[in-house]
Design a binder for this molecule. Structure first.
Ligand code: GLN
Length: 198
């Protein structure tokens, strides 16, 4: 069984633990360097990306995580976690840092502050079966991607809708929160990525 860490400095950690365990992985909370070094893959949860960036720096694990990601450790970011994986952040804070694991420009709170949350059934490239129930909470979207990035879903299921799910190699990111609810297909996909089977 693979060990998948959930970065547990801040954010919706418990929901990811449940989703990963339902998907056949062992879920491990990660706050310290030794814990980070012991996992086969890592989920960066939703929360607040500016706070997460600060906490990673003050816990002294930002550089270690950056190195593990650049060495090919699978990583999955949801919402704030997606922002943490971007190369460029729009509407961020000046001192906010990110890992640049996915060549993309992400806009924070892109759906507008007045729209706190909404839900939409999305068609996802590479995910079989019925549309995926996607829950957005003060979500970012992806404004542009580099050639190496695979676009998996767009809001509204239209070709010109904002990009809300992407993958580049062993890095996966969604604007929405698949850990909320009972549909584990994203966590199953990520578990297969960690098992090097997808
Ligand atoms: N708006 C948050 C941020 O900028 C993300 C919201 C979320 O993760 N639910 O980090």
């Amino acid at each position: 069984m693979v060990n998948i860490g959930i970065l547990a400095l801040q954010g919706d950690v418990a929901e990811h633990v449940r989703a990963l365990e339902e998907s056949g992985a062992r879920a491990v909370l990660v706050r310290r360097s030794e814990e980070l070094a012991s996992v086969d893959g890592l989920v960066i949860p939703g929360g607040e990306s500016t706070t997460m960036s600060n906490l990673l720096l003050s816990f002294g694990i930002f550089d270690q995580l950056a190195e593990q990601i650049s060495n090919g450790m699978p990583v999955y970011g949801t919402c704030a976690g997606m922002i943490m994986l971007a190369t460029t952040i729009l509407d961020g804070r000046d001192d906010q840092r990110s890992f640049g694991a996915i060549d993309m420009v992400v806009r924070r709170n892109a759906f507008g502050r007045q729209v706190d949350s909404y839900e939409e059934e999305l068609d996802i490239k590479g995910i079989e079966g019925k549309p995926f129930p996607a829950v957005f909470i003060r979500a970012p979207w992806v404004e542009s991607v580099g050639e190496s990035v695979d676009v998996l879903a767009r809001a509204g299921n239209t070709p010109d809708g904002p990009i809300v799910a992407v993958r580049r190699g062993q890095a996966l990111a969604t604007s929405f929160h698949p850990e909320i609810g009972t549909d584990w297909r994203f966590h199953e996909l990520f578990t297969r990525m960690v098992q090097r089977e997808s």
